[in-house]
Design a protein around this ligand. Structure first.
Ligand SMILES: [Zn+2]
Ligand SMILES: [Zn+2]
Length: 245
């Protein structure tokens, strides 16, 4: 309307008069005709334009609408489908809780620290270790390591320090030797702060899981050889994706 010339504005003022709103067409049909010939775009109306769409335009719009729905469903699958994926592929096994170890004085102490303070759980990638800290009580002769994941010849004194001097106080032992623990969620050493690479969905923020790739072939076999990951069941990576090596 703002594009109208002076002559057209007077016409609009006339149409807006309440007395003529009831039947504007009957009186102004001749003037409309003359104005159309002068400036035909003045009377284009969005609704009239819509109804005058040809078949090809309608087909294009329908195709776009259907395509959008298909793309949306591919990106955000329905809830039932998500649920199925999380239970069939990414179902996480129970954490193994070992028997308490026996100390020299005959008392039994647990070697698993379940309620680990948040400050130790936090990782630098924004995630957190969800598992417990567990003292490495097993030996790894192939790496030359003994109790507490320390050199085999030093491990007896470290064990005695933990059990006798520290009375199995987890916090004290963590401050002294965090490498003596492993995270039961991911098998990383106790002081591992970069991320919890457990490779279960959802929650693993490693590059492979985030981008939908499987872990490289043999990765878990290799990691299970480490003294900290021994005996744990770790995820296979985000299997939505593809195998990369
Ligand atoms: Zn972890
Ligand atoms: Zn991962």
């Amino acid at each position: 309307m703002s594009k109208e010339s002076g002559a057209e504005s007077s016409q609009v003022a006339h149409v807006r008069d309440p007395s003529s709103v009831a039947s504007p067409r009957r009186k102004s049909s001749r003037r409309e005709k003359s104005q159309r010939s002068q400036k035909p775009t003045t009377f284009n109306h969005p609704i009239l334009d819509d109804t005058s769409m040809n078949t090809a335009e309608i087909l294009v719009l329908v195709t776009i609408a259907v395509g959008s729905v298909i793309i949306y469903l591919a990106i955000f699958p329905p809830e039932e489908e998500k649920e199925q994926l999380s239970t069939s592929i990414f179902n996480r096994p129970e954490e193994p809780i070992p028997e308490p170890s026996v100390t020299k004085d005959g008392k039994k102490y647990s070697t698993v620290w379940p309620n680990v303070p948040e400050k130790h759980r936090k990782c630098e990638d924004g995630g957190r270790h969800s598992g417990s800290l567990e003292v490495v009580t097993w030996e790894t002769p192939e790496q030359g390591l003994g109790w507490g994941a320390t050199e085999a010849d030093e491990s007896p004194s470290l064990k005695a320090e933990f059990e006798e001097e520290m009375k199995c106080n987890f916090e004290k032992f963590y401050e002294a030797w965090p490498m003596g623990f492993r995270w039961t969620c991911c098998g990383n050493p106790g002081d591992y702060k970069w991320g919890c690479d457990h490779h279960f969905y959802p929650g693993c923020r490693c590059d492979n899981c985030r981008f939908g790739y499987r872990l490289p072939a043999g990765f878990l076999d290799e990691r299970n050889k480490s003294p900290h990951a021994k005996g744990l069941s770790l995820g296979q990576g985000n299997v939505h994706g593809q195998q990369i090596n």
